[in-house]
Design a protein around this ligand. Structure first.
Ligand code: PEP
Ligand code: MN
Length: 374
């Protein structure tokens, strides 16, 4: 059960103590205070843990300072969307809104190779009004002899260039908690010119110790990729690990499932789960067409499969696109064959805009029919 407090009530206001007092009278109930930090204000919620079935929610609802009481119906206590739960969810980070109602494009390098390529990529983002990018420094590779990423060595120039080109958020995968410290340190040395969204890749979706460590820090939001060979429910529980440790600024990423049934795509594209995720949780939903499709193959209509699936995701309401671009895909050290070229960026963005507009029209259409009695 979640007791949502009125916006002006915080740990420091008198109503808060009275509400805690009411909760203390309940049998076998423990209270956990959770603060949702937004750009304008911090909202306070109190999670009741224990024998909540016997709690009369009316008592709490009538306590001064309480906005609403939500009975939790699912396992994902913090990130889940519960019965009658219309809370918006999402978060603001470094001036960018991440929610279930908007869309951000993260076009960038799967793996950082050279300073020049980082600069070309970021300049292209700036020229096309993108304030977000992806930059892989720590790469989890199947083969131990493959390039493992430049790691901490590339962070100084990546962050400096991000500042130069107005990049506000970089999605960057971490595979070990020490990477978070390295990123934090390098950002501080560079003077905090940009923000980072820590990415937990599909190979680490159930690395519970990494989830706990990343969940314990509150500086950076997290993009959690769905595990490629586990159920949706298992991946959602992984996301809840982050929130249960204190970090509920989580974006959930779809990147395809590993099965030969998806051949010839690299993974079986799972973007049909976008509405399901929005129904079950309050997390913004990201799609990764590059790792889903894994190639630059096109249909006879002249549109690449990766761009077709991007459109399918956006028209179904995706909130973030993580997509591989590269100034010279033939020289990319990781995943060159699936990278789009910089010259294709304006075309890609125009195609995304068409699908986004269609999605907005579909939402308006659904609303207009909902108002019309059958
Ligand atoms: C990536 O985005 O670079 C990546 C490795 O993705 P995934 O974890 O989905 O394979
Ligand atoms: Mn990759």
């Amino acid at each position: 059960m979640i007791v949502i407090l009125q916006p002006h009530v915080t740990r420091h206001t008198p109503e808060f103590q009275s509400i805690l007092h009411v909760i203390a009278q309940l049998h076998n109930i423990e209270a956990k205070v959770h603060e949702v930090v937004g750009a304008q204000q911090t909202l306070t919620e109190i999670y009741l843990v224990g024998d909540t079935a016997s709690v009369d929610s009316e008592i709490l609802r009538n306590t001064p300072g309480v906005e609403r009481v939500v009975r939790i119906s699912r396992e994902y206590r913090i990130l889940g969307r519960h019965h009658d739960d219309l809370r918006a969810g999402g978060f603001d980070y470094n001036g960018i809104r991440f929610g279930q109602d908007n869309l951000n494009v993260f076009a960038g390098l799967c793996a950082v190779n050279t300073r020049d390529d980082v600069e070309l990529m970021m300049r292209a983002c700036r020229d096309h009004h993108l304030q977000c990018t992806r930059m892989g420094a720590y790469k989890p590779r199947t083969n131990p002899y493959s390039f493992q990423g430049h790691g901490a060595d590339c962070l100084p120039y990546v962050f400096e260039l991000a500042g130069k080109y107005g990049i506000r958020v970089i999605a960057m995968e971490v595979t070990h908690e020490k990477h978070v410290d390295e990123i934090n340190q390098a950002l501080a040395t560079a003077g905090e010119p940009t923000g980072i969204m820590l990415q937990i890749g599909t190979r680490n979706t159930q690395n519970f110790e990494l989830l706990k460590a990343v969940g314990r820090q509150n500086k950076f939001p997290v993009l959690l990729k769905r595990g490629f060979g586990i159920t949706l429910e298992e991946s959602l529980n992984a996301a809840e690990y982050l929130a249960s440790e204190g970090n509920s600024r989580v974006v959930f990423g779809l990147r395809g499932m590993k099965t030969n049934m998806g051949d010839p795509h690299r993974n079986f594209v799972d973007f049909a789960h976008i509405p399901v995720l929005k129904r079950l949780t309050r997390m913004p939903v990201c799609i990764d067409p590059s790792h889903s499709v894994g190639s630059r193959e096109s249909a006879p209509d002249g549109i690449m499969d990766a761009i077709h699936v991007t459109a399918q995701g956006v028209i179904a309401g995706a909130n973030m696109i993580l997509v591989d671009f590269h100034p010279h895909p033939e020289c990319a050290l990781v995943d060159g064959p699936q990278a789009l070229q910089l010259a294709e960026l304006p075309y890609f963005l125009e195609d995304v805009a068409i699908s986004r507009k269609a999605y907005e029209q579909r939402v308006a259409l659904a609303a207009s029919y909902a108002c019309t009695p059958p």
